[in-house]
Write a protein that binds this ligand. Structure first.
Ligand SMILES: *Cc1c(COP(=O)(O)O)cnc(C)c1O
Length: 385
């Protein structure tokens, strides 16, 4: 659980610093403190981009990113059938049409499937890296060729890279989340990054009822050019974010180290197939994925892990929140999906996900825990035969 494991004195110190000012102000636009501003500047600098805008959640972040990029009613947005549901909710909230497509062998958007799904109504492609890089070069080339906006929902992939370049810097705009399961944790929170001043302005306006944030104008006189919502981040949350951001290198390096030790010890096993990568050096350490024979073997493996005190992460236990094939409650709003057997629309993805095991790799893992997990994976692989 990465940053959530390391919440402590440093975060409290940042909050205390906020409260030590002569005039304490917890509202980001009230003047005085500006922890949110400082957090945004430091985050943008770490990512190597011009602009960052922090908001109240990762869901809000992808919502603002899409709105900032001009996604609206009737636009088709191609994305992956394996994702946490939030980006699909955001596409739908803007009146746009989510078009999930099948995964490739790296568990990401398959460039061939993206090309097949393009229609005259397609406006954008939302890439959703799951702790590792998708085939970014191919996906960026397809977007360029067809004049589509490339957006990255990199909520799960802070610090991951593709050929040395940080994920989140390939498209026009990217979003991140700071919820409890993500690399950095602030209670709730999210952020968008971009090098495009117009997208930055429009996303920031969307997150604050359309306020243009004209310098020198009182808030009540601030004009607007488009509708918005309230997705503002509080100064307290931003203070926590500053302390978390200071820990990012240690979070990334410790989890990578732990994952490498575990992988090296299970690589030889016959009954599990480790997930392949487009660029293994760029993968995060937070999560380890492997595939087993079939759905029954995955469920048997999960039960074995539970028996030995280890949980899974998403696959298989939270699949219902991460697979388009079971989202009739949302996709049913659209005529094209209403009467469809959703599971049958993404058969390859369904089979892949249902036969996979996804493990959380904590930052804080002692030698004994690593050894116990390795042994549990080895005995699990023997059990499924
Ligand atoms: C977690 C997640 C989100 C949503 O983030 P919240 O901060 O929980 O709202 C959005 N997109 C993806 C891909 C995620 O994994």
């Amino acid at each position: 659980m990465a940053g959530a494991e390391l919440i402590g004195r440093e975060e409290l110190a940042e909050i205390q610093e906020l409260f030590s000012r002569e005039k304490v102000n917890l509202y980001r636009y009230g003047g005085g403190n500006y922890k949110a501003r400082e957090f945004e500047e430091k985050f943008a600098a770490w990512m190597g981009v011009k602009y960052a805008h922090a908001v109240s959640s990762g869901t809000a972040a992808i919502h603002c990113a899409l709105a900032g990029a001009g996604i609206g009613p009737g636009d088709e947005v191609i994305t992956t059938a394996w994702t946490f549901i939030a980006p699909i909710e955001a596409i739908s909230a803007l009146g746009a049409i989510p078009v999930p497509v099948e995964l490739d062998e790296t568990y990401h958007l398959d460039p061939l499937e993206v090309e097949k799904a393009i229609t005259p109504a397609t406006k954008a492609v939302v890439v959703i890296p799951m702790w590792a890089p998708p085939k970014m070069a191919e996906l960026a080339a397809i977007c360029k060729k067809h004049g589509l906006i490339l957006i990255e929902d990199a909520a799960q992939a802070l610090g991951a890279t593709y050929k040395g370049q940080k994920l989140g810097t390939f498209g026009s705009v990217a979003s991140f989340s700071f919820d409890a399961g993500k690399t950095l944790h602030t209670g709730e929170g999210g952020i968008i990054i971009t090098n495009d001043k117009d997208i930055y302005d429009r996303a920031a306006e969307f997150s604050d009822h359309g306020h243009r944030h004209i310098p020198g104008l009182p808030r009540g006189k601030d004009p607007r050019r488009a509708k918005g919502l309230n997705m503002r981040l509080s100064e307290v949350t931003a203070a926590i974010g500053l302390a978390q951001l200071a820990k990012i290198e240690i979070i990334l390096s410790k989890s990578r180290e732990n994952k490498k030790r575990i992988k090296d010890a299970i690589r030889h096993l016959d009954n599990i197939i480790l997930r392949p990568f487009s660029d293994e050096a760029g993968a995060q350490g937070d999560t380890l994925i492997f595939r087993v024979r079939d759905r029954d073997a995955a469920l048997q493996f999960e039960a074995h892990l539970t028996e030995h005190g280890f949980g899974t992460k998403i696959l298989p236990e939270a699949l219902d929140w991460h697979f388009a094939g079971v989202w009739g409650h949302l996709l049913g709003e659209y005529e094209r999906y209403r009467d469809a057997d959703l599971e049958a629309l993404w058969p390859k993805t369904g089979i892949m996900l249902r036969s996979s095991i996804c493990l959380n790799i904590p930052v804080l893992m002692d030698d004994a825990t690593i050894e116990k997990l390795v042994n549990t994976i080895i005995t699990g692989s023997e059990k499924i035969g």
